[in-house]
Design a protein around this ligand. Structure first.
Ligand SMILES: [Zn+2]
Length: 456
């Protein structure tokens, strides 16, 4: 028996970049069956059709966040992640946080890497219907060289540290890629760049040889698994694109050669600039130094033009929030990359929505299946009070998200039960340095810490 639902009286944004249309949408057996007059005709012939009144709302594909660390529980630092977290508990906490994503209209995520590789387990639990959460595609441990990733010397010289694993020889590299695939990695994640503390002024450096990057792609691709890379800087982006990477994170700092390499293979980019935008716009509210705020804004403004040129040349740009850190807590900022694309990259809201929906399907390896509201696509959709094609920021207002469906199944977006503190889970920040100057001056150096509004 087919189950049918007619979502009527709403306006539809299909996620392809097309303008909104006032039309009904018929969902049959979890998929979009028809839109417009055909949807209404078919519903009229079906005595058992359920109806949802979307008056005043926009019906659109659910948001796809292609850079979300669901296992990090809004960590304030790498130390917290590397030394204070436990395997089973962090997976259980992630199950709680997954519902915050649903409440924010997120129906699918790409989780690049996780502690204990445990987001592979969360993904499987969601797929099996054991808990509710967005569709997930996952990397396992991020591959690093002994130089490490962005956490500098916190990364041990060998083995696993937090979300990363150092591989010190080609043999180790090959066996680790195969092991990750064996245990269910959808993607191989590589930290192509890292920070060398004594050379930090140069920014992130490429820490792999080109031959090594190629080897990763060969081994992964042979086993039907794509490769994604964290790349800042021109050389890393160029090398990763040429080596055969299937998705690049950040890709800020491209030069002409890097841009050419990316355009040549149309390698999708998820710039994940939301973290920087939050720091630039709101950092002062949590005590961030102005100079650091300016530095973060500069990463956006310096890369905006190149990213837009890549986009214009046919390179898909995907939306990622980097949620999982205290600067981008779950449920609050998943829409914001679209706002960044409008404000800094000059996209129209509809173009940005396309990046945050249908283009995002690339990150889930479900192109043509999710991310658009067209006949035959899975009914991963949300109803939003208002018109995001006029202003994408309304997607960030939780009270406007009225209905969230994944594969035609309505998700529970009721308020979450409050959670209490987990002992030994976080590190209390002591704030800035209390010199005599700060202690005895009359001007306050730090604003009061801002309460992070929980989505209850
Ligand atoms: Zn990340």
């Amino acid at each position: 028996m087919l189950s049918s639902l007619l979502i009527e009286h709403g306006s539809i944004i299909d996620g392809t970049g097309a303008p909104p249309v006032a039309a009904s949408l018929l969902v049959v057996n979890g998929a979009v069956a028809a839109i417009g007059a055909e949807a209404e005709q078919r519903a009229a012939q079906d005595a058992k059709v359920a109806r949802y009144d979307a008056r005043g709302c926009t019906v659109m594909p659910g948001l796809i966040d292609t850079h979300c660390h669901l296992g990090f529980d809004d960590a304030g630092s790498n130390i917290e992640l590397f030394t204070h977290r436990r395997n089973a508990l962090s997976a259980l906490v992630a199950a709680y946080n997954a519902r915050k994503l649903l409440r924010a209209g997120v129906t699918a995520i790409l989780d690049p890497d996780s502690l204990f590789e445990n987001m592979l387990d969360l993904r499987d639990a969601i797929e099996a219907g054991i808990i509710q959460g967005p569709r997930m595609s996952c990397g396992a441990y991020a591959l690093m060289t002994a130089v490490g990733g962005t956490a500098g010397r916190l990364i041990a010289d060998t083995g696993v540290t937090g979300y990363g694993r150092v591989v010190n020889s080609r043999d180790e590299l090959v066996s680790e890629v195969r092991r990750q695939i064996k245990y269910g990695a959808d993607w191989i994640k590589v930290h192509v760049t890292g920070i060398v503390p004594r050379q930090a002024h140069k920014g992130e450096l490429s820490v792999w040889s080109f031959a090594e990057l190629k080897l990763i792609c060969e081994v992964a691709h042979d086993l039907g698994t794509p490769v994604m890379g964290h790349c800042r800087g021109a050389k890393a982006t160029r090398d990763a694109a040429r080596a055969g990477f299937d998705l690049l994170f950040h890709a800020t700092g491209m030069d002409e050669e890097a841009l050419e390499a990316v355009v040549e293979r149309k390698v999708p980019i998820c710039p994940a600039l939301t973290f920087q935008a939050n720091m630039a716009d709101f950092g002062d509210k949590i005590g961030t130094d102005r100079s650091l705020q300016d530095l973060f804004e500069k990463e956006i403004t310096d890369s905006a033009e190149t990213l837009m040129r890549a986009h214009a040349a046919g390179v898909p740009l995907l939306c990622g929030s980097e949620s999982g850190f205290s600067m981008v807590p779950y449920g609050h900022w998943h829409y914001r990359e679209m706002e960044v694309f409008v404000r800094y990259l000059g996209m129209t809201p509809l173009e940005a929505i396309r990046c945050g929906t249908s283009a995002g399907a690339i990150g889930l390896r479900m192109e043509g299946v999710i991310g658009a509201l067209l006949p035959g696509y899975q009914a991963d959709l949300i109803c939003v009070d208002g018109d995001p094609s006029q202003d994408v920021t309304i997607l960030g207002e939780p009270d406007r998200i009225r209905l969230v469906m994944i594969g035609g199944r309505e998700m529970d977006i009721s308020p979450l039960p409050p959670r209490r503190k987990l002992d030994g889970w976080t590190i209390a920040a002591m704030g800035g340095q209390l010199t005599r100057d700060v202690a005895f001056s009359n001007t306050r150096r730090f604003t009061e810490p801002v309460e992070v509004r929980e989505l209850h």
